[in-house]
Ligand binder design. Structure first.
Ligand SMILES: [Zn+2]
Length: 237
């Protein structure tokens, strides 16, 4: 069945975050996969997708575009998008992991429009993350004519059972990711989310402008609760 063919391809790519996978629709991502055979994955069709095989006891369902459109129509009908501004109403930026279990909107109860969210592998503050923040600051300047007034909060959200721990076996990959020599990777604490969130908060404190608040959170995938490892602290001048 289509779901089986898709799932076989997904497993061959070594999923980073071990949880219910999403359909790898990105052609770039698919073609970058090791062992790619040049074929696009088969896609199941139907209102709710077709059930596939199981991994780690979790039933896999392929979500196709018909289903996405159906859900989007429900979202649009709800009207929660109406009148929202580009600037996050909660003055919050979250840096979190791509893991589908750790969507900041869900685990932190964020409403649409409240926070800007940057997600990458591990929720890490990498040079690319800092570049994204720099770009966002330019957008703020363009829209607001300068730094936004009031308190601004940057929260780093790491979590237990993160797939980045599996990447410790690929030091060259991580060295490229963090743009550091492979011999310096210990300082990134990729196998310890509590230590890692402290590392990333310190980087933000060095890079962000004085006056903003920075905090570090670790989400426990087993309990659903966060631990405030680094309470919000204002960046000093
Ligand atoms: Zn993760």
């Amino acid at each position: 069945m289509a779901g089986t063919a898709l799932w076989a391809g997904w497993k061959a790519r070594r999923s980073v975050c071990a949880a219910r996978p999403r359909m790898p629709r990105s052609r770039v991502a698919w073609e970058a996969a090791p062992g790619h055979d040049g074929r696009q994955p088969e896609v199941a069709v139907g209102g709710t997708g077709s059930p596939g095989p199981e991994q780690e006891g979790v039933a896999v369902t392929v979500i196709d575009t018909d289903e996405l459109a159906r859900r989007n129509a429900g979202f649009a009908d709800g009207g929660s998008f109406a009148g929202l501004k580009l600037m996050p109403s909660g003055s919050l930026t979250v840096i979190g992991c791509v893991d589908p279990r750790v969507d900041p909107s869900d685990v932190l109860g964020l409403k649409l429009g409240e926070a800007a969210v940057i997600r990458n592998v591990g929720g890490r503050v990498t040079p690319e993350t800092l570049g994204t923040l720099e770009m966002l600051s330019k957008v703020v300047q363009a829209r607001a004519g300068g730094p936004r007034p009031g308190d601004v909060h940057y929260a780093v959200l790491h979590h237990t059972d993160c797939g980045i721990t599996d990447l410790a076996a690929f030091p060259e990959l991580l060295a490229d990711y963090f743009e550091v020599p492979a011999g310096d990777l210990d300082a990134k604490a990729v196998t310890d989310p509590v230590a890692a969130v402290r590392v990333d908060v310190e980087i933000l404190k060095q890079k962000l402008p004085a006056g903003v608040f920075v905090s570090g959170l670790v989400y426990d995938a087993a309990t659903g609760l966060i631990d405030v490892v680094v309470p919000p602290a204002r960046v000093e001048a």
